[in-house]
Design a protein around this ligand. Sequence first.
Ligand code: ZN
Length: 443
Amino acid sequence: MQVSDTLEEFNEGLIRFIGESPTPFHASKSMAEQLAAAGFTELKESESWTLVPGERYYLLRNGSSLIAFVYGRESLIDSGIRMLGAHTDSPCLKVKPNARVISAGYYQLGVEVYGGVLLSTWFDRDLSIAGRVTFRSANGSPVSRLIDFVAPVAMVPSLAIHLDRDVNRNRSINPQEELRPLLMLADDDPDKFTFPALLLAQLQKQYPGIEVREILDFELSLYDTQRPALIGLRREFIASARLDNLLSCYLGLESILAAKGDQSCLLVCTDHEEVGSASACGARGPMLDQFLQRLIPETSDRLRALDASMMISADNAHGIHPNYRQKHDAEHGPLLNGGPVIKVNANQRYATTSETSGLFRLLCDDLGVPVQSFVSRTDMECGSTIGPITAAEVGVKTLDIGVPTFAMHSTRELAGSQDAYALMRVIRAYFARPRAPGRFDGQ
Ligand SMILES: [Zn+2]
C-alpha cells in the first residue's frame, strides 16, 4: 500500500477504511493486511521472538486489537519509543446469543447495547450485521471467520408520532423493548428460520471452500450501511459511523507506514475502550506491557527505555456545537477544521501534562498546524479514554489529543475534513523526532 501524501488521498483512504471496517475485527484485519503489504512481519504470541533493529512488526490479539512496531536503529534506552494509541471499537448494538425473537408476526433480533450508544440514532437506519463466527470445522476443531452481510438486512423502525404525541417533548428509549431490529416477516412454521442457519449460509457464501459442521458461537454487531461521505456546501465535513475512533486508528496506520526506521515507533489500537478497556486485549489489559517485556526483557533497560518514551492517546474530542454552545466552557470551544485538540482534565480523566502537551504544541508549530484545547465545563463531568489507563498501566508519559467532532457515539458522527490529515502530519513528525520524546529538561 502507498502512504497518502495529499489531503484528498488521505480522506479517500479514511473513507474506504471506515466503510470496510464495520467491527473491531474487520478494522484490525484491514490494518494488519496493510501492514503486511508494507513489509511488516506478523508476530505470533505462541512463538518465541527475535526482534531486530531496522525491522517492522505487527501483532494481533483476539483479532480485534493490534500493535504495529517499527524497531528503529537508534538505541531504545537513549531514544525511547514514540507511541500512539487509539481504539478499534465503537458503541453499537450487539446480537444476543439466542438471537431470534418472534413478535407480532415478525422475526427480529435480540440485541444488547455495547458502550455509550446514542440510542435515538439507531432508528430508521438501513442496518447490516457483521462480526466473528466460531464454528466446528471439518476436522472437528473450532475455527473462526469474519462475516459481513454488507446488504441492509435489518431496521429498527420508529413508532409513528401519531402513536406517541409526546415524543418530541420527552422521549426515553427502553433498549430491551424498543431497539430490536426487524429482519423479515415470520414464516407460518416459525422454526423454518433459525439464526445459526442464517450464519451457516453466510459463511458458505463468503468462504465456499470451508466445510462448516456446526455454528458454535458468534460476536456480531449491527451497523449502518450508509457509506462515509464528505458533506457540506464546501465539503468541509466527513460524516460517518465509527469516526470515534477508527479515524485515529487510520491516521496512526498512515503515520507508522510512513516511518523511516531510524526511530522506534509503535501504534497500539485496542478493543473494548467503550466499555472501560478491562479485557485481555483492552488498554487496561496487559497487551502493551507484555509486548514491551518481550521487546526489552531486562527490567531496568525496559524502564530506562520507557522513561525516554511517550504515548500520544488519540481519541476524538467534542467540537463546540453551534446549537448547544452552553455545553462548552466559554474559552474552550474547539472548531471543526480548527486543528487537533489537546484534552486536559485536572482530575486525570485525561493524562495530558504540560510537558507532553508542550512537545505536541511544538511539533504542531513547526508544521504550521493550529492547535486547540478542550477542557470540560467545571460543572460537568468529563469523559475519559485510553490515555490515563495506559499511563497508569505502563507508566509512560502520556498526552491525550483528538480531532474535534460532533455527535460522538451517534450512528453518523461528523468531523472536519482537514483535521485528521493535519493530525497525521503531526504524528508523522512525532514518529520521526530524533530526540527522546519522554526526556524533558528542568525540575
Ligand atoms: Zn473514543
